[in-house]
Design a protein around this ligand. Structure first.
Ligand code: THU
Length: 129
């Protein structure tokens, strides 16, 4: 499963986003080391704070299925287009930090191009217990 294939799955997942408040839809596709892919979309709430991002939806699905080790994630999102870079929020980065090592890969669609970052690049100096 390469970055382009993961991005295609994230774009599919984005179609299910529940976004009556922001109109900003996000899709994610998370590749576990087992080879399975878990997708997610953002799900908003009238009281706002229960809103869950696409990335954390994907992680919740994977973790609850017993996965603990991850290879890569693709994230797509925006107000309308699905080829603009949508970086993960700080809360999602902290959740990734719980389960992902520095070489975990993040893929973003930048027009026709695939941009790839390591988790170390995305979240340097992270908090550990
Ligand atoms: N959102 C995500 O799904 N992932 C992110 O990393 C950033 C933000 C969602 C949350 C909310 O539904 C909408 O985008 C606007 O913040």
């Amino acid at each position: 499963m390469d970055g382009r294939e993961l991005i295609a799955l994230a774009k599919e997942a984005r179609k299910n986003a529940y976004i009556p408040y922001s109109g900003f839809s996000v899709g994610a596709a998370l590749l576990a080391k087992s080879g399975r892919v878990y997708t997610g979309c953002n799900i908003e709430s009238a009281t706002f704070s229960p809103t869950i991002c696409a990335e954390r939806t994907a992680f919740a699905k994977a973790i609850s299925e017993g996965e603990r080790e991850f290879e890569a994630i693709a994230i797509v999102g925006g107000s309308d287009r699905d080829d603009e870079i949508c970086y993960p929020c700080g809360v999602c980065r902290q959740v990734m930090s719980e389960f992902c090592s520095g070489d975990f890969k993040l893929y973003f669609a930048d027009g026709e191009e695939v941009k790839e970052y390591s988790f170390d690049e995305m979240m340097p100096y992270r908090f550990y217990l």
